[in-house]
Design a protein around this ligand. Structure first.
Ligand SMILES: Nc1nc2c([nH]c(=O)n2[C@H]2C[C@H](O)[C@@H](COP(=O)(O)OP(=O)(O)OP(=O)(O)O)O2)c(=O)[nH]1
Length: 130
């Protein structure tokens, strides 16, 4: 089966977590942690900083690793590495590709319709924030 490996960022600011809603493709309207695929020669953290800059025009410091999740979608196997991120310069994300975004408090994490692979990430995040 096809294998896709991505890095995803849990951007934190003022005690809240940034969630984005996909604007296109197979998973349109699903909620996720922004990020994307690594390019050859990039570390996971470098790839994540680049993807967040491209998608959200935001400068982040990629911080602690949270978890790696594996999920079998019908058409591919996903491996996703998740890292906490802090905004480096106070400039908030702009939606260049996503259709919507929300800043969620820890208590609000279950209030959006996460992509299937993200359910486990949210569980790990809730345990980490507790
Ligand atoms: N970035 C990201 N992708 C996720 C998450 N959860 C999840 O199932 N995915 C899936 C959706 C995509 O099929 C796959 C790869 O994500 P991607 O960001 O590279 O998106 P994409 O396939 O639209 O790729 P591209 O057109 O931007 O190259 O991972 C998540 O939290 N963040």
């Amino acid at each position: 089966m096809k294998h896709i490996e991505v890095v995803a960022g849990i951007i934190q600011s003022g005690g809240k977590i940034f969630a984005t809603q996909r604007g296109y493709g197979e998973f349109k309207d699903g909620w996720e942690f922004p990020g994307g695929k690594m390019e050859p020669g990039e570390s996971q953290k470098q790839a994540l900083a680049r993807e967040l800059k491209e998608e959200l025009a935001v400068n982040v410091n990629v911080a602690d690793f949270l978890c790696t999740v594996n999920y079998d979608y019908p058409a591919f196997h996903l491996t996703m590495h998740c890292y906490f991120c802090a905004i480096a310069d106070g400039k908030l994300p702009e939606l260049l590709e996503h259709e919507a975004a929300k800043w969620l408090s820890p208590a609000e994490l279950q209030s959006v319709d996460w992509l299937p692979a993200d359910v486990e990430v949210v569980k790990a995040l809730e345990a980490n924030l507790r």
